[in-house]
Write a protein that binds this ligand. Structure first.
Ligand code: PEP
Length: 252
């Protein structure tokens, strides 16, 4: 099955209104002919509305970086799936390693967020990946399988049809150290084979993105790998031209 490459910018807690206006201006000016990849920008919550307006005349999609698993309630500081939907989001990141590590999100909490996103027709971008010690101990696949199993157990296999999984080795995020294409392909292949063992059609339709210090300078070799269907980009997505070059790296 042919999968359209997907390239997602995770701006994390960066950006201000003026910066964003300039960024989108640069992005639109430089993008010229439409590429073959689907592109999504994930700004901080407070800029979603503004960014939606700025992206009105473009094909670029909108995503959020997180959500709460409840529809509404007394959860100070949180944002729900229907709120994101109303703001025009199509995607939402769930289980980013910074959320797991700095905010104590467990596999079960990530699975609940995944389910909430699906309920409101948002596509969850499920982040999985091992840390440095886990890789050194040779348990990368075990860790990734555990993270997938949490979602499988609470949501079932069907949710993986058309899903987006981001393999993000924690040791590669924001470090400037990128997984080699072979390392990325090995884990991407493992993820696809694991899902295929439960549902071949889900496995062939889902997109597995790589994340971890992707740059314009290293995207081409990653993009050649058969199971790398796009990228989730942090730091390098903050510079419009660099991010565009990364997107272009997936044009075949
Ligand atoms: C990320 O935070 O998802 C990420 C991949 O960051 P970076 O590209 O900066 O490593």
């Amino acid at each position: 099955m042919k999968r359209i490459p997907l390239v997602i910018a995770n701006w994390k807690m960066h950006g201000q209104i003026e910066w964003m206006q300039h960024y989108i201006h640069e992005f639109v000016k430089a993008s010229g002919t439409p590429g073959q990849s689907e592109i999504v920008l994930c700004p901080p919550f407070v800029y979603l509305q503004q960014l939606k307006v700025l992206l009105r005349e473009t094909e670029v999609g909108l995503g959020a970086q997180n959500l709460h698993d409840s529809e509404q309630g007394a959860f100070t500081g949180e944002v729900s799936a229907p709120m994101l939907k109303e703001l025009g989001c199509s995607y939402v990141v769930v289980g980013h390693s910074e959320r797991r590590r700095l905010f104590g999100e467990t596999d079960a909490a990530v699975a609940a967020k995944f389910a909430a996103a699906r309920l409101y027709s948002l596509v969850p971008i499920l982040c999985v990946g091992e840390n440095e010690a886990e890789r050194a101990a040779g348990i990368t696949e075990r860790v990734v399988q555990r993270q997938l199993d949490a979602v499988l157990q609470s949501c079932g296999i069907d949710v993986f049809a058309g899903a987006v999984i981001a393999y993000e080795p924690v040791w590669a995020i924001g470090t400037g150290v990128t997984a080699t294409p072979a390392q990325a392909q090995a884990v991407h292949g493992f993820i696809r084979n694991y899902i295929a063992s439960l549902s071949p059609s889900s496995a062939s339709s889902m997109r597995v993105l790589y994340g971890g210090s992707v740059r314009a300078s290293n995207v081409a070799e990653l993009a050649q790998e058969p199971d790398v269907d796009g990228a989730l980009v942090g730091g390098a997505s903050l510079v419009a031209k660099e991010f565009l070059a990364i997107c272009a790296g997936f044009n075949k």
